[in-house]
Design a protein around this ligand. Structure first.
Ligand SMILES: N[C@@H](CCC(=O)N[C@@H](CS)C(=O)NCC(=O)O)C(=O)O
Length: 230
């Protein structure tokens, strides 16, 4: 049985969506990152990056949400583009664009917009600019195609969905959608899928810590705690 190490945040959410889309049976293992459970040695033995998600498939371990999406797509032979070099090149390019651009810049933008101590004008300017730049490229790409790779819904749309759900929070308000209409269209189309609706209910299965208090800040941002102690 597959085991998904999960917290209701964007990277685990995209894997939950893929699992729900495939119909593969899996168990959910909560990793409460606000309680620091990502740092438990039993978990870092599975995911040395100490982040969520991770997947264990009958003794096979995969970490990084994008690697897991590709692993599950290849395992099932579903949600992949046609098996031809040009189509595969597009898939890899856009999957890595999400993995190395959309995800990290959005994550840092959230950090500097909502969590970082002052002074943050310089880093917020940097990450807000880069997050917008990536989302704008993605929006332009979607302007003349239904899904990220064309006519068919694939793992790349799932990778985008994980973060697209958070766009107003990442970019500073609901008016972000006026500048990203194609991303909103994709988000709505994925949200309408029963698998996405099931994936969204997973957070209710466990009482994850809701507040970001000092203990949670120490677990999530240990570098700040070290700074304060100096
Ligand atoms: N590249 C990794 C990033 C994973 C990641 O940053 N996950 C966040 C949740 S979306 C996390 O674990 N945060 C807790 C922490 O930073 O300690 C992936 O895509 O799986």
């Amino acid at each position: 049985m597959l085991k998904l190490y999960y917290h209701p945040t964007p990277n685990p959410a995209k894997v939950a969506l893929m699992l729900e889309e495939t119909g593969l049976p899996y168990t959910l293992v909560p990793v409460d990152t606000r309680k620091g459970e990502q740092h438990d040695p039993a978990y870092t033995a599975i995911n040395p990056n100490a982040k969520v998600p991770a997947l264990v498939d009958d003794g096979v371990t995969v970490f990084d949400s994008n690697a897991i999406l590709l692993y599950l797509a290849e395992k099932t032979g579903r949600f992949l583009p046609p098996d031809a070099p040009a189509a595969r090149a597009q898939m890899l390019s856009w999957l890595m664009f999400v993995a190395t651009g959309i995800g990290p810049y959005s994550g840092q933008c959230v950090h500097f917009r909502h969590y970082a101590p002052e002074p943050r004008a310089y880093p917020l300017n940097r990450y807000d600019f880069e997050a917008w730049r990536h989302w704008t490229i993605l929006d332009a790409h979607l302007a003349d195609r239904r899904w990220m790779l064309g006519e068919d819904y694939t793992l790349v749309d799932m990778a985008v969905w994980g973060w697209a759900r958070m766009v107003p929070y990442i970019l500073g308000g609901d008016d972000a959608w006026a500048r990203l209409p194609q991303v909103k269209r994709l988000l709505d189309a994925v949200n309408a899928r029963p698998a996405a609706q099931r994936a969204e209910t997973l957070k209710e299965r466990h009482a994850f810590k809701a507040v970001v208090d000092d203990d949670a800040r120490r677990a999530l941002f240990p570098q700040n705690a070290r700074l304060a102690a100096d």
